[in-house]
Ligand binder design. Structure first.
Ligand code: ZN
Ligand code: ZN
Length: 350
């Protein structure tokens, strides 16, 4: 076993604090990783505070992990000691169901093992995430970080990146398509970059006109202020695809009206009831599709990393000393980060 150190919440109401714990010795198919950087995702806050009701304590968040391989099990073939690798939101799945067989482990019929706060499939211990010095993961759930990528800025690709890339790919966004991105946080700013790299004409929907210049810097061609009814009306029937990254309840109806017939509105940020209610005519009358999407499979996570290297895409980050993690959570809730905090794990040893 390895002795590891990390930051964990001991209950829903206590701040994250240092904790020493054990990581297993590598099983035959495992890779042991020294963690160099870990992105901070909104899910981490929800889980640390048990806002989804599924937390298990102690809870050590972190599922945007980048590090270096330090040891491999006897049967490992994909990675070797010294390789730069990543681990995202999942560390295991059943590996035999229809979803797993289709490289869609995130939809595993038996439920994927999440990177933190889920029982390990072999020994039943509670998984501990990436706010830590090391992690041990089956090689199937470890991806390669392309050399060209900045390691710290690559970390958020493992959740924020794949979450926005996967639906754009699944629905076949291509050159010339008109794509609207709703919201410009960690997910939205990546969505703009991916849609642009796929050749689409990209529009950011935002509540505040003050974000227009920043949206253009991120690559958006146009900006629509969603609180301006005139601007929304002028966009009626315009878009092929809407990537909706808004994490709180919002009225979908005005957005649906901006889609063409056969247009697709895809939810990646909302996991609550739709409120106000959806007017079905907004779907029926134009054969529009309202859909959802969750992260991506492991093969596609490798694909998005390679895509980022090829197209020079990275996440905009602010480096974080792990001692300031609780303050960072407060700033994220206030929307005060452009666009992702990434923990420099060297600060854990300091
Ligand atoms: Zn996440
Ligand atoms: Zn499965």
């Amino acid at each position: 076993m390895y002795t590891a150190i990390g930051y964990a919440a001991q209950s829903a109401t206590t701040p994250l604090a240092p904790m020493t714990f054990n990581r297993r010795s590598p099983r035959p198919d495992d890779v042991a990783i020294e963690i160099l950087y870990c992105g901070v995702c909104h899910s981490d806050i929800h889980q640390a505070r048990n806002e989804w009701g599924i937390a298990v304590y102690p809870l050590m968040p972190g599922h945007e992990i980048v590090g270096k391989v330090t040891e491999v099990g006897a049967n490992v073939t994909r990675h070797k000691v010294g390789d730069l690798v990543g681990v995202g939101c999942m560390v295991d799945s059943c590996r035999h169901c229809e979803a797993c067989a289709a490289d869609l482990e995130q939809y595993c019929l038996e439920g994927p093992t999440l990177t933190y706060a889920t029982p390990d499939r072999v020994d039943g211990t509670n998984t501990m995430g990436g706010y830590s010095s090391s992690i041990v993961v089956s090689e199937h759930f470890v991806v390669r970080i392309p050399e060209k990528l900045n390691l710290a800025a690559a970390a958020p690709i493992l959740c924020a990146g794949i979450t926005t890339y996967s639906p754009l790919k699944h629905y076949g966004v291509k050159a010339g398509d008109k794509v609207g991105v709703l919201g410009m946080g960690g997910l939205g700013h990546m969505g703009i970059k991916f849609a642009k790299a796929m050749g689409a004409e990209v529009t950011l929907f935002t509540r505040s006109a003050s974000k227009a210049e920043e949206a253009r810097r991120q690559g958006a061609d146009h900006v629509i202020v969603s609180t301006d009814a005139e601007q929304m009306k002028a966009a009626a029937g315009h878009f092929d695809f809407l990537l909706d990254t808004i994490p709180v309840q919002h009225d979908l109806n005005p957005y649906l009206e901006t889609l063409r017939f056969d247009g697709v509105h895809i939810l990646v940020g909302l996991i609550e009831p739709v409120d106000p209610a959806l007017h079905a005519a907004n779907l029926v009358m134009k054969r529009r599709v309202l859909a959802g999407s969750l992260i991506g499979g492991i093969a596609e996570t490798q694909e998005v990393l390679d895509f980022c290297a090829e197209h020079d895409i990275s996440c905009d980050i602010e480096m974080l000393d792990i001692k300031n993690i609780n303050e960072a959570y407060s700033r994220m809730i206030a929307g005060d980060v452009k666009y992702r905090f990434v923990i420099d794990m060297a600060t854990l040893k300091a």
